[in-house]
Design a protein around this ligand. Structure first.
Ligand SMILES: [Zn+2]
Length: 487
């Protein structure tokens, strides 16, 4: 890079930084994420007479639960007006439902707006696009775990707002300016979170290093050379690298302060294995391509994930009746974008099972809601025996608690008119004893125990695979259903 290009790049970063609210969070702030949300609400308050009227004040010094809720509802009305004017899909949608932005005055009013499904988004992504193609900076295609192909666009403003939330979330995790984040994602062609993370670090004033190698020596060398003290990555990938490292190396001596798991559900079994191996707390992040990489992140309490409520509004509904469920009750997670420019999505069915927690947390936040760890995706759920619902996270808890296990897959077929589960396990140091311990653990899953009691389920089988016999696959299917004529 020439000297001139370096100067140009620096100026560009400086301009971008000025636009970010996360740069205004004081270094000694106790709850950076919530502080950032308050800054966002205050910024909107200053610009909007409608929000000032809704809150009934001329000045906003303090943001509490009521003021923040008004900010969110105002943003929902604004996104409705914006999508009504710019999105073919939503214009038609609101008209048919007979719902107008002015109808949304309370949280309960949200159910007046019809839900948007992943299938609807797959039909024609252009019907959701609110800006001209020339204004889009990035497009993400995702088939996700549901198999439906969707395309989501991001404008420059959208990308900046993602950087802003990632930066505040990293501050919330405890990162200080100048510290280095090590990024551990396997190389993926179309979807490269490493690039986005590295960009966010640069703008936010953090260093970053990255490696996509499964070789632990290579990972350790990169971490040491860059003096990285935090790690973010794909849990199944980090888990694989960790287990393969085995007893040979002491990962604790690297002095990693925290490990953040993103883009895949993190089971408690996997969390324990990683915490023991790296000797630091392991935090969970939840995100989805439709809304960005960091939509919710755990605090040190590790009891639910704090949500990015400045950019997203979260609801939990009964997937059948589509009504809101009570606080703490499980249901389908519904997300509405509040500040999106290119592809805003209103009341999106994530197909993820979760719950909304009370707004106060033991870490001391005052209005920021948490969601329960999303995991049991509706699309990945399958029924066994008499209709017991099983999903990957359930098996993760039972199988990944053994530190020898690297990965596994469950095949479901039918034998003697009963469902049969075969666990194909990739593990280090396999022997009869490990096989029996895994079997006991699987048999203790209530859904499996019930199926066997009702004589609708064969006893599960445990089979070992050679290590490395299966290449690492991003978002590999955990449950493979081989039953025929299954509804
Ligand atoms: Zn908390």
């Amino acid at each position: 890079m020439s000297a001139w290009e370096t100067v140009k790049k620096r100026v560009k970063i400086a301009v971008v930084r000025r636009k970010l609210l996360s740069t205004q969070i004081p270094e000694d702030c106790e709850h950076p994420l919530e502080e950032w949300m308050a800054l966002k609400a205050k910024d909107t308050f200053r610009r909007s007479p409608e929000l000032r009227d809704a809150i009934g004040a001329r000045k906003l010094d303090f943001v509490g639960p009521d003021e923040f809720r008004e900010y969110q509802l105002f943003r929902v009305r604004e996104q409705m007006r914006y999508t009504e004017a710019n999105s073919i899909f939503y214009k038609d949608r609101y008209r048919k439902a007979g719902v107008a932005p002015e109808d949304i005055r309370a949280y309960e009013d949200l159910t007046k707006i019809p839900l948007t499904t992943p299938d609807e988004m797959a039909v024609d992504p252009m019907h959701f696009l609110c800006v001209s193609m020339t204004k889009t900076e990035r497009a993400f295609s995702t088939t996700g775990t549901s198999g439906v192909r969707k395309r989501v666009f991001y404008s420059r403003e959208d990308l900046l707002s993602k950087i802003d939330i990632i930066s505040s979330a990293l501050m919330n995790v405890g990162m200080q300016k100048g510290e280095v984040l090590h990024i551990m994602f396997p190389t993926v062609g179309a979807w490269d979170p490493s690039l986005m993370m590295a960009g966010a670090c640069m703008v936010a004033g953090y260093g970053s290093s990255s490696s996509a190698s499964v070789d632990i020596e290579e990972q350790m060398r990169t971490i040491r050379e860059n003096k990285s003290s935090y790690i973010i990555g794909l849990p199944s990938f980090i888990h694989r690298v960790t287990v393969l490292a085995g007893e040979k190396v002491d990962l604790r001596q690297l002095g990693i302060k925290k490990l953040i798991c993103a883009a895949e559900p993190l089971s408690e079994s996997m969390r324990n294995t990683l915490q023991n191996a790296w000797g630091c707390p392991v935090l969970d992040v939840w995100g989805m391509t439709e809304f960005g990489l960091a939509c919710a992140i755990e605090c040190d309490e590790r009891n639910g994930l704090h949500t990015d409520e400045a950019n997203l509004l979260f609801e939990v509904i009964d997937p059948e009746t589509e009504e809101h469920v009570a606080e703490g009750e499980r249901g389908e997670l519904i997300v509405t974008s509040l500040n999106a420019e290119a592809t805003p999505i209103i009341r999106y069915r994530t197909r993820d099972i979760s719950s909304l927690y009370p707004s106060t947390c033991d870490c001391g936040t005052r209005f920021n809601h948490r969601i329960g760890k999303p995991g049991g995706r509706l699309d990945l759920m399958t029924k066994i025996g008499l209709g017991q619902k099983v999903y990957p996270l359930l098996f993760d808890e039972a199988v990944l608690k053994f530190p020898e296990v690297i990965s596994y897959q469950v095949l479901i077929d039918r034998q003697n008119y009963k469902d049969r589960l075969t666990f194909c396990i990739e593990a280090q140091d396999t022997d009869k004893a490990l096989q029996e311990r895994i079997l006991d653990s699987v048999l203790a899953i209530a859904e499996i125990e019930e199926g066997i009691d009702e004589e609708l389920l064969e006893s599960p089988r445990i089979r070992f695979r050679d290590v490395g016999s299966r290449e690492y696959v991003v978002k590999a299917k955990v449950i493979v259903d081989q039953r025929e004529n299954y509804d």
